[in-house]
Design a protein around this ligand. Sequence first.
Ligand code: ZN
Length: 486
Amino acid sequence: MKKLWLYAFFAAVFIGLGFPVTQASANTSFSDVGTTHRAQEEIYYLVEGGIANGISSTSFSPNQQVTRGQAAAMLGRALGLNGEKKTTSFSDVSSNYFASGYIQQMVNKGIISGYPNGQFQPNKTLTRGEMALLISRSFGYGANSVSIASSRLMEKGIAQGYADGSFGASETIIRADFSVFLARGIHSQFRTSDEQTFNRPMYVNVDSLNVRTGPNTQYPSLVKVNKGQVVEYGYTIGDWSFIRVNGKEGFVHSSYIQIDVPDPNNPKPPVVTPPPTTVPSDLVVIIDPGHGAHDPGAQGFGYKEKDVVLSISKSIKTYFDKTPIQAKLTRSTDVFLELGARTKFASQNNGDIFISMHANALNGSANGTETYYYRTAATNPYVNDSKALATYIQNRMLEAWDLADRGARPGNYYVLRENTMPAALAEIGFIDNKTDNAYIASTTRRDQMAKAIFMATLDYFYHYEGRKDVLPLYNTVNGKPSPKLH
Ligand SMILES: [Zn+2]
């Protein structure tokens, strides 16, 4: 069932009917792939969009092993990166190398890191483990190790393990197999599992938008959709979103769909946001567990604030570690840090935002969750940003723990005031209040809180900073953006 339309599609290509395919792709036929090779659908799909090329006009060499350089070029094209040759950061990839542009852009996006000796070894044969990491990083599956990346690929039906249960991470790959993995990564209808792909309604914001069979304009249009129409969003490939509409699945440029209903009273064309980068590896989130060592912070029922907020902060980091966003903790052990050391750490680590984690106490007489921001621009200029950040944090904390809502409110705290970035201070609850303490004491509840802070951060980047590229990261927790709140 799954591949039905593709069979129909390729039949149409070869007969030369039905789809407005480009001249080049319609004429593409490799003598060593033919029409019966087991990977012919996937190979022709990639060639159609200019993602893979033959080694000549008549030959694809499906059994030749894939080099690291070739793999980078194919993934770079799939992501729609600019392939113009350029100087790279690797000693063994010259600016004349055919994939130098793709390689360097993928370095910039955190997809490629190369070897510790400063080499990339572009002519070395790619292994299955490297393939899993490359595909995982390119398409935002949030895996930082070969073992996690290979599990993700197997879960998604992109790659299969061997009969003995292993993934064969050190085995090499031939071009036919790499084409199969890549095509499956791009288009879910090539995959071997029926994992739920579409999980979020979004709105089209232009008329006559082409839904294409692949993530670039070389792919033919399947159907057109119009402004205000609802599509189901699945995932992102480069600047394109894989969507389903009226039973058809295909790609639209991500600028033309949005979470919010487009304003029907606004006759002006929508503002098209700049195309997002592939993965937000440039973002750094500073997490600041309050107190430490001889300063226990608030205490109640045998619990100390310094320990609770450290454990939650470490969990927050594990959520970010599944994404390209870097989370950095001001302290990860029970040590004492002056307040000035915390803000200094944040600026030295080029933080984009700062979140300080705390718990309250008031002789057991108060309860609830609150988030602070600093509202006088004299010291920290990021007033509106900080307020928005605090608002998104407060929203997610209430969603996670449903304690009393004490609001997102202004507060004159050193780590907010003397900071150089949007900053918020979360008070998760009152440690000396019986109701709140039951949440604070529970490891399950702490993990919910960590996830809430993670999602609040994505909400802030997505809604306030307009970072559409964080959208796929919600998938790491099966979540979706909050409503726009600022
Ligand atoms: Zn505190």
